[in-house]
Design a protein around this ligand. Structure first.
Ligand code: ARG
Length: 464
């Protein structure tokens, strides 16, 4: 196998070391982007007078045919080549001879590989965004169908205050909306053109980088050719966006694993997305969500791996950077798989209204009792103390607020009146909330409607 650099050496490469250092087995995923970038470069070389119009046209025609062949038959993108760039160039030269050999004028694989990865992320990130948006939509549907169902909310994983089930569900849509934006920002960051940077110092041919950038859908040129050859910030930003999305999916998974568990059973997984035990016949296990939780470590590991690779390299391209692709592809695949299964789990989730509502009643109404006294003019610190003492008594007697007689209420404070009974219920508790981000039924309705409108506005937005 001849390489793109064999002229410099009088020995053939050590076969095992060459094979070990080759990236074609995994960077073949950049095939489409490599060809796209090369077509743009061929056009720019004609503009710079390096290629004649005819030469540029033949190169572009052959590259387009190579692209078509690779798209229709992925097995075609294969060979003993060092990397995808060598592969494409080998095919081009096989077809066009000397004309093909002119394409790499003024260009380096250092800027090329960065360009390819940028193009790749530019077209793949929207697919991930759609997958994230589809989960938001599935959650929003579940929130709407939960209606006025109630459940406890938790702090320190102890029952805190009653909330609408819909509010709890929308609490998992909100972080995913931020992830959608974060992924968009990663896509933006990738949108700088590296061509024109050469291997490190720039290029001596007057290529019109502005028009290459426009042709490739980029909105700017990198600021500095040395920086450009080793900059993988955009990949790290992508991995951070993926990691945080995975963190959010993991927390959603964790909530559902607990709340579908036998001790809670507020929700139930569909049988189709549960697994059984080989030994214990009663088991219904949430394996898919456990895997989502587990794979989060993998995505975070991908981010750590890239940051660690980046931290020690001297300026300019270094081969360490070849590791970027493993982690980017792995994180992408991890998130793509997890988003698909999480959406299915959400779609198949059913709500056990009675159990969730039962858990939303009891001593977690204590804040509402304290607020009742505030309404009667008692300072909050004082009312907190009065209700705290009442709670202590009820715990000892194993009773709840609803079991108190008016005399007992009044023994705690003479500000209590008969209306305390209807004011201290889970439904009254949520209805009493006043802010737009609260669990007040009107606020939750608005959040659901806003989320539906958002999804309608972003759905299907992949073909950019
Ligand atoms: N396979 C290499 C990578 O992924 C391509 C760039 C090679 N450049 C070089 N000077 N060897 O980073």
């Amino acid at each position: 196998m001849s390489t793109l650099w064999s002229g410099r050496f009088d020995q053939a490469p050590d076969a095992a070391a060459f094979e070990w250092g080759s990236s074609f087995s995994f960077d073949r995923r950049l095939f489409e982007d490599d060809v796209t970038g090369s077509i743009a470069w061929a056009r720019a070389l004609a503009g710079a007078g390096v290629l004649t119009a005819d030469e540029s046209a033949s190169i572009q025609r052959v590259l387009a045919a190579i692209l078509e062949q690779g798209r229709t038959n992925p097995a075609f993108v294969d060979g003993a080549d060092e990397d995808v760039h060598s592969f494409v160039e080998r095919l081009l030269v096989a077809e066009l001879g000397d004309t093909g050999k002119r394409l790499h004028t003024g260009r380096s694989r250092n800027e090329q590989v960065s360009l390819d990865l940028r193009l790749y992320l530019r077209r793949r990130i929207p697919v991930l965004q759609q997958a994230v948006a589809a989960i938001v939509s599935a959650l929003t549907r579940q929130a709407r169908s939960a209606g006025d169902a109630l459940m406890p909310s938790y702090t320190h994983f102890r029952p805190a205050q009653p909330v609408l089930v819909a509010h709890f569900i929308m609490a998992h849509a909100a972080p995913l909306r931020r992830d959608f934006v974060r992924l968009e920002q990663a896509r933006q960051e990738a949108g700088a053109l590296t061509l024109g940077s050469g291997a490190v110092a720039g290029t001596s041919y007057s290529v019109d980088v502005e028009s290459i950038a426009r042709e490739l859908g980029f909105d700017r040129i990198v600021a500095n050719s040395i920086d450009a050859s080793s900059d993988r910030d955009f990949a790290a930003t992508f991995l951070y966006a993926v990691s945080l999305t995975m963190v959010h999916l993991s927390r959603l998974a964790e909530d559902l694993i607990i709340l579908c568990g036998d001790e809670h059973r507020f929700f139930e997984f569909s049988d189709a997305l549960s697994t059984g035990s080989s030994m214990m016949p009663q088991k219904k296990n949430p394996d898919p969500l456990e895997l989502v939780r587990g794979k989060t470590g993998r995505a975070i590991g991908d981010l750590m791996a890239l940051l660690t690779t980046m931290k020690g390299i001297p300026s300019g391209y270094n081969k360490d950077l070849q590791e970027d692709k493993h982690v980017v592809f792995d994180a992408e695949d991890t998130l793509a798989g997890c988003t698909a299964v999480v959406k299915s789990v959400i779609d198949g989730l059913s709500l056990n209204r009675a159990r969730a509502a039962a858990a939303a009643s009891g001593l977690l109404l204590a804040t509402d009792v304290a607020d009742y006294l505030v309404g009667k003019g008692v300072p909050f610190r004082t009312s907190h103390e009065i209700v705290g003492a009442l709670v202590r008594k009820l715990i000892v007697e194993q009773r709840e607020f609803g079991a108190l007689s008016l005399d007992e209420w009044r023994a705690a404070s003479d500000r209590f009146e008969a209306d305390v009974v209807e004011r201290v219920t889970p439904a009254a508790s949520v209805a009493a909330k006043r802010t737009p981000q609260s669990t007040a039924p009107g606020a939750v309705q608005q959040a659901i409607a806003e989320s539906e409108a958002w999804y309608a506005s972003v759905a299907g937005g992949v073909g950019r």
